[in-house]
Design a protein around this ligand. Structure first.
Ligand SMILES: [Zn+2]
Length: 103
């Protein structure tokens, strides 16, 4: 099991136009090192009308961003933190380097 950032984690953006935004990780693309975060890096995309003559809708969807631009967010610290690993094998957990709490 990987102990890197995974789906369901809360992360905070460290750089770019969405700096300081935080949200839940919706998807991780391990192969290219990118992830999708809820409400972050929203991109407008036009949906084609389903029926002829109907109006197409403009939807906003979060676009993938690079893993390196986000940090794991620690609720207790209230900020993005570095994390370490404690334990062995299946009992491995991620620990906030700042407060020592499991993240
Ligand atoms: Zn912490």
């Amino acid at each position: 099991m990987s102990l890197s950032i995974k789906k369901g984690d809360t992360v905070i953006v460290r750089s770019g136009k969405d700096r300081g935004e935080k949200g839940k990780v919706l998807a991780v693309f391990a192969t290219d090192g990118r992830l999708v975060v809820e409400g972050v890096n929203m991109k407008k995309c036009r949906e084609k009308p389903r029926k002829q003559g109907a109006k197409g809708q403009v939807l906003e969807k979060p676009a993938p961003l690079y893993r390196a631009t986000v940090s794991l967010y620690c609720e207790k610290c209230g900020k993005g933190v570095r994390y370490g690993v404690r334990g062995e094998g299946k009992n491995k957990v991620r620990i906030c380097r700042n407060c020592g709490r499991e993240v």
